[in-house]
Design a protein around this ligand. Structure first.
Ligand code: 13P
Length: 338
């Protein structure tokens, strides 16, 4: 079989109203999620949990790509297959988180820069040889009084673009993930304004670095008030502001926009994606999901680290995957929630 183009890979991941499962939590982050349900954060538990997710029956109908971290990429199922092999058999693309996380930015109090460009070309070559077809790099933008600075936005956009160019050179689709955080008490309008500013820097940098927009997926935040905001917006307002932002910011050459959930509850993240697709038709890009927490929270709770609960965990994950794929076509209803 001839190798797929970047655009073909991107379209395959989100084709058929599928989305992405972000199962790429670092060891420290998955430890926080495990701790909520009393699960020990050891290598075997991390392996067993990721096996639960990728062996869930019928999930491939709803999830076209799974993002792993480095450790998971090297792990195997109980019967000895690598996770990449398993996904390939199901027609699901394997992805890898390649950034090395965030560090405080010098002379920019309260702001962070994502690291991981050194040696990235060699790492990407290795991943491509192992069958990895897409990657993820996340920039983190915090909203606070007077923040973010243009310095922070420009530096993070530059890193995202350098990462994206290296991915494309290696034949890997970059998921470009500038995340404006939901922390804080800012309202919908401020999230809109900062996200607009952020995406303007990102697309300028992608252009400067000669990244082919047909061969990326964008993974942004929705336009949503901070968790501590006094006025929480309606699903309809969030959907309309989010689509307005995308129209202002994202060229039509981009094949798909896969939102992160960013701390929304499972039901909220699904309802918001659904409203986006119900209220806005004939857009140039597909609008789908690349959720971490909003696909996994109830699965993790049902499993709670016990082998006897694997089926319950898989049922919970299968349900979230299905409901989000319905939301990607605007066919979800809250009445479908258990
Ligand atoms: P959440 O959906 O939990 O925000 O995670 C998605 C992700 O991969 C953030 O980088």
């Amino acid at each position: 079989m001839s190798k797929r183009t970047l655009n073909e890979i991107a379209n395959a991941i989100i084709g058929g109203y599928r989305g992405v499962l972000a199962a790429d939590e670092s060891t420290a982050t998955i430890g926080k999620r495990f701790a909520m349900f009393g699960v020990d954060n050891n290598e075997e538990n991390r392996r067993a949990y990721r096996e639960l997710l990728v062996t869930t029956k019928d999930a491939a109908d709803h999830v076209g790509g799974v993002i792993f971290c480095e450790e998971t990429l090297g792990q195997r199922t109980k019967d000895g297959r690598t996770f990449i092999e398993l996904l390939q058999e199901e027609g699901v693309a394997a992805g890898i988180k390649v950034d090395k996380g965030i560090q405080p930015m010098p002379f920019a109090p309260g702001e962070s820069i994502t690291e991981g460009l050194d040696g990235l070309r060699q790492r990407l070559d290795g991943y491509a040889k192992r069958g990895v077809e897409f990657a993820k790099w996340r920039a983190v933008i915090d909203i606070a009084p007077g923040l973010p600075s243009d310095l922070c936005l420009r530096a993070n956009a530059e890193a995202l673009a350098r990462y994206a160019a290296l991915c494309q050179e290696a034949g890997i689709v970059p998921i470009v993930a500038p995340e404006v955080l939901m922390d804080g008490d800012h309202g919908l309008d401020r999230c809109y304004e900062i996200s607009r500013h952020t995406l303007a820097f990102v697309f300028e940098a992608l252009y400067e670095h000669r990244v082919a927009l047909e061969g990326i997926l964008l993974k942004p935040n929705m336009v949503i008030p901070g968790k501590k905001a006094r006025d929480q917006s309606t699903t309809e307002d969030i959907a309309d502001a989010t689509v307005r932002l995308m129209k202002q910011s994202v060229p039509p050459a981009v094949p798909g926009i896969v939102f992160l959930s960013g701390g929304q509850s499972e039901a909220e993240a699904t309802a918001n994606l659904n409203a986006i697709n119900v209220r806005h038709k004939n857009l140039p890009w597909k609008l789908s999901f690349s959720y971490g927490r909003a696909l996994q929270q109830s699965a993790l709770r049902a499993w709670s680290g016990k082998a006897a609960n694997v089926q319950a965990g898989q049922s919970a994950f299968a349900l979230r995957a299905k409901l989000n794929a319905l939301a990607a076509r605007g066919a979800y209803s809250p009445a479908m929630e258990p």
